[in-house]
Design a protein around this ligand. Structure first.
Ligand code: AMP
Ligand code: MG
Length: 371
């Protein structure tokens, strides 16, 4: 709940001032009970409130469904999910919904594209960090400190890793983790994937002008009715006040997504360092290349996978990855955020806002304003 509140106050949608356009009216609603441990907000222009409510119901249903499907901690009646797959590691194949197989295959593409930096099979390592973080957050709240997982434990956990562990049988629609102790964690892609599927469904059902904000994971549906752009802010890390101020705003009037991975989103403090939730598979430690990376691209699932991927690699490797994707026809832009603790790479053009150095890809030059 505390996490939800934090995200609520860091809501960064700058939605403009017009509330009416011809026959369409602007409505918004927020749910904190549709999963993903976060708030989900819909802002949309519709004919009337009933129409809006109908879309909002569809949105809630969609997020609840995907949250259950991708959950690795809880069982749900009648649903075979990521937890079921993990529970059956080394035991037996599990019959799953095709969407889960699609997601595992999409994740594999990014595993390969990122030279294994994006790795949903890293479950055993991520579990160690998850447990340490839960204890650490609690201890920090009481003014105390706990520990970090030992290198030995992390290296042992890393031995059960890699896509060789996943056997997919498409005909039978089954997934089998072929080694005891193997586990997958789709936390880096699940929310974006869900946002994309929900947005596609709402668009199909007639919604033309809307914006979904799933805990900072933003998916735009069309322009505003006036054809004006929506503006999406780049969040200030560790912002303390309840302001909607942001470091920069990106303006877009076409269906697109904005996904941020940052060290400030989930962390505990240990010996003055932020022990956060995105782990660099090459060091088995929280990644320290940037304070945050925001990815702007069409598909929110890809955006989510990419923001986590870029966060785990150097700026130079990130640029190379973006170039590779461009060659495949996937348009990707990104915003990297640095500060004195995590400095920007030398020789790269930066924009200074407050105490931060911002680096952007060329594609954003004309659609970004620095605050
Ligand atoms: P995101 O906030 O989208 O960047 O995703 C962070 C979540 O992804 C974490 O809470 C973990 O569940 C998972 N994760 C952390 N590190 C990695 C990694 N290197 N590859 C894939 N998933 C990761
Ligand atoms: Mg992600």
């Amino acid at each position: 709940m505390k996490y939800i509140k934090l995200l609520m106050i860091s809501l960064l949608l700058l939605t403009g001032c017009s509330s009416k356009s011809d026959t369409l009216n602007k409505y918004d609603a927020t749910t904190t009970t549709s999963g993903f441990d976060t708030f989900i907000k819909l802002i949309a222009y519709t004919k009337d409130k009933d129409e809006f409510d109908n879309y909002f119901e569809q949105l809630k249903k969609g997020f609840i469904y995907y949250n259950q499907l991708f959950d690795k901690y809880n069982d749900y009646k009648g649903i075979t999910n990521v937890k079921t797959i993990n529970d059956n590691a080394g035991i037996k194949p599990v019959k799953v919904n095709k969407e889960l197989i699609n997601m595992i295959e999409l994740s594999k593409e990014y595993y390969e594209l990122t030279n294994h930096q994006f790795d949903i099979t890293l479950g055993p390592v991520l579990n160690l960090w998850h447990d340490a973080r839960e204890q650490g957050i609690k201890a920090n709240e009481e003014g105390k400190e706990t520990t970090v997982p030992s290198i030995e434990a992390l290296q042992l956990a890393k031995q059960i890793d890699g896509y060789d562990l996943i056997e997919i049988n498409k005909k039978e629609s089954t997934v089998f983790l072929n080694k005891e102790g193997a586990s997958i964690d789709v936390g880096a892609i699940a929310k974006g994937y869900a946002a994309e599927q929900v947005a596609i469904k709402l668009e199909k059902n007639g919604l033309k002008h809307a914006i979904i904000n799933a805990g900072g994971n933003v998916r735009i549906i069309g322009s505003k009715p006036s054809s004006d752009a929506w503006s999406v802010g780049i969040e200030i890390p560790n912002k303390k006040s309840m302001t909607s101020d942001s470091l920069a705003s990106i303006h877009s009037s076409k269906s697109s997504s904005f996904v941020t991975s940052g060290d400030y989103q989930r962390y505990y403090l240990h010996e003055g360092k932020m022990m956060h939730h995105i782990i660099d598979p090459s060091t088995l430690q929280p990644a320290r290349h940037a304070r945050s990376v925001t990815v702007i691209c069409e598909n929110s699932g890809i955006g989510d996978a990419l923001s986590t991927s870029l966060f785990t690699m150097s700026y130079e490797d990130g640029i190379k990855l973006i170039d590779t994707l461009k060659k495949q026809g996937i348009q990707v832009d990104a915003v990297w955020l640095y500060d004195k603790n995590v400095p920007a790479p030398s020789g790269v053009k930066t924009h200074k806002v407050l105490d931060y150095d911002i680096v952007i890809t060329d594609g954003l030059k004309d659609i970004i304003t620095f605050n």
